[in-house]
Write a protein that binds this ligand. Sequence first.
Ligand code: SF4
Length: 677
Amino acid sequence: MSPYCASRFQTIRRHTHEVRVGSVGVGGTHPVRIQSMTTSDTQDIAATVQQSIALAEVGCEIVRITAPNVAAARCLRDIRAQLAAAGFGHVPIVADIHFLPSAAMEAVEHVEKIRVNPGNYADKKKFAVREYSDSDYDAELARLHEAFSPLVIRCKELGRSMRIGTNHGSLSDRIMNRYGDTPLGMVESALEFLRIAASHSYDQIILSMKASNPKVMIQAYRLLVTRMNEEQMTYPLHLGVTEAGDGEDGRIKSAIGIGSLLLDGLGDTIRVSLTEDSVYEIPVARAIADKAMSLWSLGAGLQTPPPDQIDPYHFNRRPTQTLALAPKVKIGPEHAPGVVTRVTLSALANFKSQIPLPKSPDTPHEGLLVPVNTCADLSFAAASVSEWSAPGRFLVLDLAPSLTVAELESTISNLLPAVLLREFTAADSPALAAFATLARRHGHTLAIAATADDIAALAPTLVALGDAALLFTLTARLSTLNSSAHPLGRTRALAAALHALGSRAPLWIRNTSATAIKPDGSFLSRLLDASFLTGGLLCDGLGDLISIETEADPVRATTLAYNVLQGAGARSSKTEFVACPSCGRTLFDLQTTTQRIRAQTGHLKGVKLAIMGCIVNGPGEMADADFGYVGGAPGKINLYVGKTCVQYNLPQAEADARLIALIKEHGKWVDPAPAAV
Ligand code: SF4
């Protein structure tokens, strides 16, 4: 068993105890619960009731409402009553508390669940740097016990549940100074609160470890579960990527973080945080949950492939050899993953008219993948490719298994260096040797599509061949294979099989319809599949080349590929936005502001820009952003460089220009470049 999940190769749900959130059970045998948050001012009771109903009507099962002060917490009583009167009494409310135990003590009287942030429930957040001796630290814990216990006791008396919601970037100074702003610090922060709750025999707690960076978030949840397993704790998990932003990027980041954990069997309730109206979060969350739950098993038929070799708590890329696919395209551990786009043969011949230019020079067409079913197809590709050929591009030929080496020999010798992609089964050793020899003789690379079992059977041939000019990918014939493993698990198993072989050949992550997870044909489904599979593997350090294959819309597929790389932190092609979803504390219109700032600054490859609705949580939760645009007061903006506020209370009308000036002052500005092939 892995330290944090029953299997990294198939989805076996983690055992948790049930937590009751009013009438909604979380964990245990319950399905993954969907939740979201209102964005209205909580004291605007009518608006908050209306938003809560709108959320419930589209399938939100638990509604969170901010309680920034005691007055707002008091309003929860009327909100609760009006929801019940409108026929939504079954929808539990969660009060979101930061900083004010007094607001929590008021809210607990009215709602089914209280969310506390252990970074600020009983601690001031000053980013102070100081040494804590063991006795200082123990004194702080005693103070925490005193501050937190009344809420635990009242929750127990009233039958309320609680979420201990830790966020990367908003840890207490005590934790930051001892553990740093790390997954370990996040876990320790939650454990301090859990121990206090346990001292009162209270276990109706759900835990979360959110971060805007999916890698950090994944590592924190894994570490938390490992620590809970060590202490026989079975608390359910609430999953979310915080400040994920909006649009395709927000959906991708959320799906990478939430999806890869759900595929490992972790997670009992989820929120997809988008900088959009909250109702748009629900279909995304529903689709993520449904995909993951369709893979749940009770452990029957558990496969036992060799353990994969990654450290699940620290990111390291799989060590591979470097492979040049074109004069200016190299793949391997020192290079960002390359991108392959699937097109038709005719599109290759007329690529200038049929494959529109990418929107940005940072998202080029690098590899074009074309199907080759006959020798005539190959001749056609060879004749067509010269016009497309360039030092930053390569061609991939998807060879039908019926084509033989003898048939290909003469035509392939006329081809510029390319990648030959072919599937090999366990019985294909002679063919594998022949194709590898053919590829090497003519300066091509052979991409071997196989499963972990195939690789084990082909091992003698592969060892004899060595890694030169080889790369590997998962076979696309998964639908004919009898196993409950999902593509992410199968690719992990493939990487483990290569490790067992001693191979350092690069790995290509292909999203084909055959490797997708229960595709329903919609773009959202495709996006989620790509985020689960490609994003999840990239966060494991696997993947040197990626493709999302949809011949019908190659440009959109390529854009999606670059966006998944960006979401997984594997390759930057534009500005990284960290934008909070907004809530009742928000001091400006986050959606329009985010869109406006993105229109002006979205081309700054490698720059991380945070847009946060309030100074209460914004500066902490924008984590490692380079620049921050944060609501300081109504109509006023504070600008940050890192965590340091450098300009206070700017009129909002001036703030965009001042932000750009700040980026320029720090040497991070470039003028937008015209789109090019
Ligand atoms: S940062 Fe945004 S979501 Fe978080 S509390 Fe402030 S306004 Fe609300």
